[in-house]
Design a protein around this ligand. Structure first.
Ligand code: AMP
Ligand code: MG
Length: 400
């Protein structure tokens, strides 16, 4: 059976990057940048004041306390028309351009704040409280490389680079199929034997969080014909993610249906718990992830295999896989030892150290055990017992 890392390598080897498209800057949040962005101009565009205070020559205040005539008032956005004359000061606000002739700003707190003749109480060094032109960026500097996911900080830098439109990776469409005769949609009668299709909501949200466009195609009945018809339709999307029907049950048709449609199975079992039966299949340019039906298995295998593939398809470079941190477990754990186990944990900092609290129910069908789980603690194959307080690697699947 494949290890998780082997399966992840096989997945990544199958993924190609989708084309790029231009979008307006306001639409770029959460997308992957597909161009190198350079600065158009210097930022700040001129030396400007970091404080509210008085623009002076450092030499003129070297013998402070001194009194200087206030020759003008410079507000942000309104550069002074004249240069600063020797032996005078100009009142200046934060962000306002420093007038020619001045080489320091004395913050208002070190003066009497007067507007006609100001008393400067303290000497300042040349350059004090001045943000030099180009300190943040200089025209021509490379600001962002292709492959970066665009978050709030990237958007601000793109705006500074005056990018009203940017090239980003196309958002892949991801068809979501829920296989199972037992499934009904919300609002349908829960006849005996039926359960609500919760994986569709789970997977659509997971896909959306990564960036692609989820297309929920609904419930697929457990017959080979219905499964073939559903996948045939689903294969119009860039990716297909299904849940259920990948185990060895008599009504598990996903693998057979995909093969009947001419798809090639790349793997269908990974040495992990939860989530051992995971199918990766390919038809032409399309990749199909057949995830297990148990909601938790679905969640875990999505994060380990599908999410990195979707990131790569959008053109992301680096940070494709979830981060792994070390954390101290707050309770002892038992494990079968025959496979690697991913234990749902709530990770948080306690006095500067990461702690991982195992969630009480670890059944792979337990929806409520996913609540508050922002990490998956890894118990390696061969380990049957982990002591309270031991450090384990934890895959982060949510914010700390
Ligand atoms: P399967 O992988 O098809 O054998 O399903 C494994 C378990 O997951 C069974 O208990 C199913 O009832 C459950 N399951 C399968 N699909 C879903 C779904 N879409 N929503 C919630 N539970 C599901
Ligand atoms: Mg099933």
């Amino acid at each position: 059976m494949l290890t998780v890392e082997q399966a992840q390598s096989l997945v990544m080897a199958e993924v190609s990057t989708l084309p790029a498209e231009p979008v307006a800057l306001a639409e770029a949040h959460g997308r992957v940048l597909r161009e190198t962005v350079t600065a158009m101009s210097d930022l700040p565009p001129a030396d400007n004041s970091a404080m509210d205070g008085y623009a002076v020559r450092a030499d003129d205040v070297a013998n402070a306390p001194v009194r200087l005539r206030v020759a003008g008032d410079i507000a942000a956005g309104h550069p002074a028309a004249d240069a600063l004359e020797r032996g005078t000061a100009m009142r200046i606000m934060t962000g306002a351009f420093v007038p020619a002739g001045a080489d320091a700003v004395v913050q208002v707190e070190l003066t009497d704040g007067a507007t006609d003749v100001v008393t400067i109480h303290t000497a300042v060094a040349r350059g004090a409280n001045i943000r030099p032109r180009g300190e943040d960026m200089c025209a021509g500097d490379v600001l962002l490389d292709r492959g970066v996911r665009i978050g709030a900080a990237e958007l601000a830098v793109l705006a500074a680079a005056q990018k009203s439109s940017v090239m980003v990776g196309r958002r892949p469409t991801v068809a979501i199929l829920s296989t199972g005769d037992e499934l009904v949609d919300i609002g349908e009668a829960l006849e005996p034997g039926k359960i609500i299709n919760t994986n569709a909501s789970l997977l659509a949200a997971l896909v959306h969080d990564v960036g692609p466009i989820p297309r929920v195609l609904g419930i697929v009945r457990d017959t080979k014909d219905a499964t073939i018809a559903a996948f045939d339709e689903a294969l119009r999307s860039d990716f297909v993610i299904s849940s259920g029907g990948v185990s060895v049950g008599a009504y598990d048709f996903v693998k057979d249906a995909l093969e009947a449609l001419g798809a090639e199975t790349k793997f269908w079992r990974v040495a992990m718990k939860p989530g051992k039966p995971v199918v990766l299949s390919r038809r032409g340019e399309r990749l199909i992830f057949g995830l297990p039906g148990n909601p938790v298995s679905c969640l875990v295998s999505f994060h380990l295999f599908a999410a990195p593939a979707l990131r790569k398809a959008m053109g992301q470079v680096g940070r494709l896989f979830p981060s792994i941190v070390n954390a101290r477990v707050t309770a002892a754990l038992r494990s079968p030892g025959d496979r690697r186990v991913y234990v749902r944990v709530a990770v948080g900092a306690v006095e500067g150290e990461l702690h991982a609290r195992p969630l009480t129910s670890q059944g792979s069908g337990s929806l409520t055990s996913m609540l508050g789980a922002n990490g998956l603690a890894i118990v390696e194959i061969g380990t049957t017992r982990v002591d309270e307080g031991a450090r384990l690697p934890v895959v982060l699947i949510g914010a700390l």
